[in-house]
Structure formats: structure tokens, C-alpha cells
Design a protein around this ligand. Structure first.
Ligand code: FE
Ligand code: FE
Ligand code: FE
Length: 174
């Protein structure tokens, strides 16, 4: 018996399950990261994005509804691996400036995975004529991109605390 040929809609549904799992892992990882972060601005950013991520899980359940499918995830090995790396690094570096730097790196790896997945899903939704789904995916994609930028900014602030950063750099140039 020949297997039924897979369609783009199948790919969309499978990838939605993948990112549903990854997003839930991400909520969990961000909670841990917020507890471990030493710098206030970093902890706040993790807390904020944890809230956003819970809302993103909600958006995904709306997209399952649009498809008429149950909101069910499937193991995403990438998200599992990335969150396992964060756990390892937390253990190895503890809290402090280096710990914060490593935490930001792990969090950005997770954001980049999400950006890749949501970007693909948004473009597939558009191709499939699922405009409402595409809009929801775009809202999430923008939050992921903004979080990635904010993480880069916080990393710079931590590396160059007030007084020793920009101003000192300008002074050095004379
Ligand atoms: Fe997310
Ligand atoms: Fe995955
Ligand atoms: Fe995210």
C-alpha cells in the first residue's frame, strides 16, 4: 500500500507541533534563567519574555484551532538540546557576570531557533492562504526578534557597565 503523498499542509502541521513543544520548553527555560540571572536588567528581560512566551503558546493553540487539529506537541530535539546546554552551563558557571554572559548566549541560541521556525511557518501559512495564522505567527516572530536584540543590548551593558563603556571609549580616542 503506497503511503499518501505528503502536502505542505502536513509540513505546516508537523512543524507547528515541533514549535509548540519548543515554546513550552522555552517558557520553562526562561523561568530558570530569570532565577539564575544576576543582573537586574537581564532578570527583568527573562521575566518579560517568559510572559510573552506563555502568550505565544496561546497563539499556537489558536492556530491548531484554525487547522481543526488538537493542540499537541511533538518532541523537538533541537529545543531539548539547547535547554540541556543551558542547564549544563548554569551548573558550570553559576551566577555572576560570566554566568550572565553564558546565559544570554544560550537564550539567544533558543531565540534563533524560534526565529527560524516561526519565519518558515509564517511563510507557509501565507502560501496556504491561512492569513489569520500568518498574522499570529508574525506577531510572535517580531517578539522573538525583539528579544534577541534586547539580549544583545543587555550583554553589552553587562560587559561595559556605566562609566567604563562608551564614555571611557570616547575619552580613550581623545
Ligand atoms: Fe517563543
Ligand atoms: Fe525542532
Ligand atoms: Fe522566544
Amino acid at each position: 500500500m503506497a503511503a499518501k503523498e505528503k502536502t505542505l499542509e502536513d509540513a505546516f502541521h508537523e512543524t507547528l507541533k515541533d514549535v509548540f513543544y519548543a515554546e513550552k520548553q522555552s517558557v520553562r527555560a526562561l523561568g530558570k534563567a530569570a532565577k539564575s540571572a544576576q543582573a537586574d536588567e537581564l532578570r527583568k528581560l527573562f521575566e518579560l519574555h517568559r510572559e510573552e512566551s506563555s502568550n505565544q503558546v496561546e497563539r499556537l493553540t489558536q492556530i491548531f484551532e484554525i487547522l481543526g487539529k488538537p493542540a499537541r506537541g511533538k518532541t523537538c530535539e533541537a529545543a531539548q538540546g539547547l535547554t540541556a546546554e543551558m542547564d549544563d552551563d548554569l551548573e558550570e558557571f553559576g551566577s555572576g557576570p560570566a554566568g550572565d554572559a553564558v546565559l544570554i548566549g544560550c537564550a539567544q541560541a533558543l531565540e534563533h531557533y524560534e526565529i527560524a521556525r516561526y519565519g518558515t511557518l509564517k511563510s507557509w501559512a501565507t502560501q496556504l492562504g491561512l492569513q489569520d495564522a500568518a498574522k499570529l505567527l508574525d506577531e510572535t516572530l517580531e517578539e522573538e526578534k525583539r528579544t534577541d536584540d534586547l539580549l544583545s543590548q543587555v550583554a553589552e551593558q553587562i560587559a561595559n557597565p556605566k562609566g567604563s563603556g562608551e564614555a571611557a571609549g570616547k575619552a580613550a580616542k581623545g
